[in-house]
Ligand binder design. Structure first.
Ligand code: MN
Length: 241
């Protein structure tokens, strides 16, 4: 009995080795799991469900195959693939989750999120997030020709890379008050998220109770997975072959 959690794969046709590592994971490890949760940034960017890439098609095929083997897949948006919609999710057999989702893991309720909404010290990013999460902005973006969408996405990514290079590491991490407020909002003692690319298990106090925040790692240099079984949480790396 194991449930798998991953995030921040940032799949991109320019890095086929990461797609290969993920497809290998889907074939070797995932079929024995109870479920697979993808907590955002599965893809490096997403121009719309009508603009497929080689990796998005490969991944959809592999996830459908996994579902046929009896392992359901769940997806919630990251800050890179927030435009992924129902058409692609259906083609991949994925169930879409809201940005904060509570899952029952072997009797314990656990909060899942991507994690970018916790990084409230990064004000320019939060402004960008509010803009691109606006349905009117999304409708306008998706109505543009794919080539134009690509240009906008590349510009946004370059601006983000420049911005990340210019601000301190502390700002890119979660805001502690925001973390506590997420725990309190849901009345839970465990949170799993990604986004910060700082895989770790943090213990903290929320209203005098011990709480745990588990951060998934990214897949740039190697894979990262959280394996949850009754009474055990194992955060592990998947070596690139
Ligand atoms: Mn992210």
């Amino acid at each position: 009995m194991t449930t798998l959690f991953i995030s921040d794969l940032h799949l991109d046709d320019r890095r086929p080795e990461t797609t290969a590592l993920f497809l290998d994971f889907l074939q070797r490890e995932a079929p024995a799991a109870d479920a697979l949760y993808i907590l955002g940034d599965l893809f490096e960017f997403w121009l719309g469900d009508d603009v497929p890439s080689r990796c998005s098609e490969q991944v959809a095929g592999a996830l459908v195959q996994l579902k046929d083997q009896g392992v359901p897949g769940y997806f919630l948006h990251g800050n890179r693939d927030f435009l992924l919609q129902q058409d692609y999710a259906s083609s991949a057999g994925l169930t879409m989750l809201p940005e904060e989702h509570v899952v029952d893991l072997y009797g314990e309720k656990v909060l899942l999120m991507h994690g970018d909404s916790l990084c409230t010290d990064d004000i320019p990013y939060q402004q960008f997030r509010a803009m691109v999460r606006n349905p009117a902005w999304q409708r306008d973006f998706l109505s543009r020709p794919p080539e134009e969408r690509l240009q906008i996405a590349l510009q946004a990514r370059d601006a983000s890379a420049e911005h990340k290079g210019n601000i301190s590491m502390d700002i890119m991490d979660v805001n502690q008050a925001e973390v506590i407020s997420a725990f309190e909002r849901h009345g839970l003692e465990r949170l799993i998220h990604g986004h910060t690319h700082r895989p770790a298990t943090h213990t903290l106090q929320v209203k005098g109770q011990a709480a745990q925040r588990i951060v998934l790692g990214d897949w740039y240099e190697q894979g990262s997975v959280l394996r949850v079984s009754p009474n055990q949480y194992e955060l592990a790396f998947l070596p690139a072959s």
